[in-house]
Design a protein around this ligand. Structure first.
Ligand code: SAM
Length: 253
């Protein structure tokens, strides 16, 4: 059950500072109003509510939905060192495990001369991604969403728990910027067909061609670096990939 999960009322309320401490705007520079707010509005808000969260120097741009044990996050961290990447995971113990893993990697790289240390750009947050995704991310904030080996929920009456659906795809379209990509991979042919079917039907998405997939380094990483992908590899199972680009905004959006 996820009733004890806490969600920010809006992306502006989300406090990312403990997840990405190397990217927190220094206190003395944090007096400027947040984007889209004038100073008086910010003051009013601050006096009405608790202190606004510390801001980051940049936004999270990549989300790994149901990140499991974090293999993809850790593989992507050095490939996109300037990008903030977030794993979202519903299981408490798994989230804790990934957070501990990242902490150790950061400690091991603490002597790095880089201003933002290796692995400071990845984090894991406990959340049910079927709920309140737009509470975490603003419209068009993300450039990439990964959905790797999602739980298949084989029985028809369980299909509503699949994390690809018409409704959820609209949420992915909302948080993705035009040109952004949803990456999917599974070893379950029926689930692959389901995901392809739902994204193909959705007006905001178009499927990448095989050539485009092959040219994208993230696809190769997604095939090999997640724990579930490694398991499939050990059993010599097939993996089905499908990627979808967020189209430009439609006139009525
Ligand atoms: N992506 C990882 C990989 O490829 O190794 C993990 C795949 S595992 C089969 C699916 C993961 O999604 C599990 O860790 C599960 O706890 C998580 N999950 C399932 N439903 C979720 C939800 N609604 N929100 C967040 N995570 C979810």
């Amino acid at each position: 059950s996820d009733h004890q999960l806490i969600y920010p009322p809006s992306p502006d309320h989300m406090d990312w500072s403990s997840l990405y401490p190397d990217y927190v705007v220094p206190e003395e520079e944090d007096a400027s109003p947040a984007e889209g707010q004038d100073a008086s509005a910010k003051e009013d808000e601050a006096s009405l509510a608790d202190k606004p969260p510390r801001r980051l120097t940049q936004d999270v741009e990549v989300a790994d939905i149901g990140c499991g044990f974090g293999g993809l996050l850790i593989a992507l961290a050095p490939v996109m060192p300037q990008t903030l990447i977030l794993g979202l995971e519903i299981r408490v113990s798994v989230t804790q495990y990934v957070q501990d893993r990242i902490k150790v990697l950061r400690q091991q790289n603490a002597a790095s001369p880089l201003p933002q240390k290796p692995y400071s750009n990845i984090a894991c947050l406990r959340a049910n991604t079927m709920k309140f995704l737009p509470n975490f991310f603003r419209k068009a904030q993300l450039s990439k969403i990964f959905i790797c080996f999602p739980d298949p929920h084989f029985k028809v009456r369980k299909h509503k728990q699949r994390i690809v659906s018409a409704t959820l795809n609209s949420e992915y379209a909302y948080v993705l910027r035009p040109g952004g990509v949803v990456y999917t991979i599974t070893d379950v042919p029926d689930l692959h067909e389901w995901m392809v079917g739902h994204f193909a039907k959705h007006l905001s998405f178009e499927r990448l061609t095989t050539e485009e997939e092959d040219a994208d380094p993230c696809v190769a990483i997604m095939r090999t670096e997640t724990e579930e992908g490694k398991k499939v590899e050990r059993h010599s199972g097939a993996k089905f990939v499908a990627c979808f680009r967020r189209k430009e905004e439609l006139p009525y959006e």
